[in-house]
Every structure is written in C-alpha cells, then in structure tokens.
Design a protein around this ligand. Structure first.
Ligand code: HEC
Ligand code: HEC
Length: 225
C-alpha cells in the first residue's frame, strides 16, 4: 500500500471515527437500515454472500482466540462480540501497518487485502453483544462507585456512551475483558499502542496511572441499564 492509499484510507475513515456515541444511531437501527431500506436488492445479496464467506473464515481462523461467537475467554484477547465494524477496520489496518503490536494479529493482518479488512470488519459488526459471564463474586460496590466518578470526570462516557456501548469508530468497552482493558489502557497512555486518532491519548493525559486499573475494573464489570 502506498502512502497515497494510506492517506485516502485516513480521510475516508477519520471523519466518522471520533464522533461521540450519543450522536450516533444505535447499532441495531443502523444494521436494520442497511439491510433493508437503503440498499438495493442486488447489493444486499452481495453483502450477504460476502458475510457468509467471512463468517466461515472467522470460524476457521479467528474463533480459536476470539471465541466462536466473539466472546473470547483467552487471557489478553479482546471480546469482539458487539464491536463496531468501523472500529474493527481501523484496528485491523493498524495491525497490518505494524503500528499496533501483537505478533499473531500482525501476522494475520499482513495477509489481508483491503477487501479482507472490510469483510472481516463487516462480519464483526454483525456479532451481537454478549454479556460477560456472571462473576463468582458481585463486583465491589465501592470500587464501582469510584470508577463511575472517574468515567464521568474524564469524560469517558462522552465518547464511549452512557452504557459504554461505543459506536462507529469508538469501541464498545462495557463488558470487555478486564485484563485486556488494563493492558490496553496502559498501552494507550504510554503510547505503546498508538490510536487511530489522538482521542485516547488526549483523554488519558490527565488520568493518573493508578486510576487506569480502576477504570478497567469498572468498564469490565459494567452492566448496561
Ligand atoms: C492467536 C490468537 C489470535 C487470533 C488467531 C486472532 N486474534 Fe485478533 N487479537 C488477538 C489478541 C491477543 C488481540 C489484542 C492484541 C493487543 O493487545 O493489542 C487481538 C485483537 C484483535 C482486534 C482488535 C480488537 C480491539 O478491541 O481493539 C481485532 C479487530 C481482531 N483481533 C480481529 C481478528 C480477526 C478478524 C482474526 C481472524 C482473521 C483474529 N483477530 C485472529 C489474538 C488473536
Ligand atoms: C474524545 C473521545 C474519547 C474519550 C473522551 C475517551 N475515549 Fe476511549 N476511545 C476513543 C476512540 C476513538 C478509541 C479507539 C482508539 C483508536 O483511535 O485507535 C478509544 C479506545 C478506547 C479503548 C480501547 C478499547 C479496545 O477494545 O481496545 C479503551 C479501553 C478506552 N477507549 C477507554 C476509555 C476510557 C476509560 C476513557 C476515559 C478515561 C476514554 N476511553 C475516553 C474515544 C474516546
């Protein structure tokens, strides 16, 4: 991919990426609109065929780590169920460029064409959110209350939504795995994980390191109202 293509991809995606979740249509509504009202019949059939191809590839290649339904149970491996296709494509792109560092993901993304990035992301966008399995013990009420205050104070909810559901280029973080949230927040703050936009670098610049674990705990145990 030449720098020209990269620049074009940025322009194409960037506008939608940092839109606050509150300003976006819900995932369910957006999905229904695409499939029925706005797409001509031929395009809908083509999208369904492509989705079937990437569903199969997902089950053969990705499910081993991310889970058949997208609810990963592996340490360090994010849940993809309920994640948004635009967010997914920005991250697959960053892996393909080697800017987000994870050996397995980079190796896989390097083999992907632009159509593959789109196909896998569109498929991920069809995976419905699955709540985390009930924890053995109820989350600590005092830590949850403190996490809620931090999330308000640092405006996490402004972009990620009151229910942490995200939207478009902003990821769903409610019910994401705590270990993954902890390490990825540390990476976003230190710059080890570069963002597709500067949104998170700026959002975390005022958050003390010791509060990241509490935010991870809060988001992982968050139950949508
Ligand atoms: C060997 C295990 C493994 C396989 C196979 C794998 N992944 Fe991943 N994936 C990971 C890990 C681990 C991460 C998190 C890396 C990090 O911490 O930055 C990740 C991250 C991601 C992310 C970013 C999610 C987020 O919340 O930021 C996407 C999207 C993704 N993978 C899609 C895929 C797709 C599509 C496939 C199949 C083509 C796949 N993965 C196969 C382990 C795997
Ligand atoms: C200005 C909007 C904005 C604000 C405020 C914001 N975020 Fe984000 N967040 C984003 C975007 C956009 C991404 C996608 C990262 C990228 O650009 O590659 C993201 C990514 C993340 C991720 C990575 C999720 C994944 O699956 O890998 C976590 C975790 C996260 N944000 C948590 C938070 C927390 C906690 C706060 C509050 C301290 C916060 N965010 C504030 C926009 C925002």
């Amino acid at each position: 991919m030449s720098w020209r293509h990269i620049a074009a991809a940025w322009v194409l995606l960037a506008s939608a990426v940092a839109t606050p979740a509150g300003a976006q249509a819900s995932k369910a509504n957006a999905g229904a609109g695409n499939a029925t009202a706005t797409r001509p019949a031929g395009a809908a059939a083509k999208a369904a065929a492509s989705n079937a191809v990437y569903a199969e590839r997902f089950h053969n290649v990705c499910a081993e780590c991310h889970g058949a339904d997208g609810r990963s149970e592996r340490v360090g491996t994010p849940v993809l169920a309920g994640q948004h296709s635009l967010y997914a494509i920005t991250q697959l792109f960053l892996f393909r460029e080697g800017r987000r560092t994870n050996e397995s993901m980079i190796a896989l993304a390097k083999t992907m064409t632009d159509a593959d990035l789109r196909g896998f992301s569109d498929f991920i966008g069809t995976l419905q959110p699955i709540p985390a399995p009930a924890p053995a013990e109820a989350p600590d009420a005092a830590r949850m209350a403190k996490g809620q205050v931090l999330a308000q104070q640092h405006k996490c909810v402004f972009c990620h939504g009151a229910n942490f559901e995200g939207g478009q280029g902003v990821p769903r973080i409610g019910g994401q795995k705590e270990d993954y949230l902890r390490s990825t927040l540390q990476g976003l703050k230190s710059g080890e994980r570069p963002g597709y936009t500067r949104a998170m670098t700026e959002a975390l610049s005022q958050v003390p390191l010791e509060d990241l674990d509490l935010l991870a705990y809060y988001a992982a145990n968050f139950i949508a109202k």
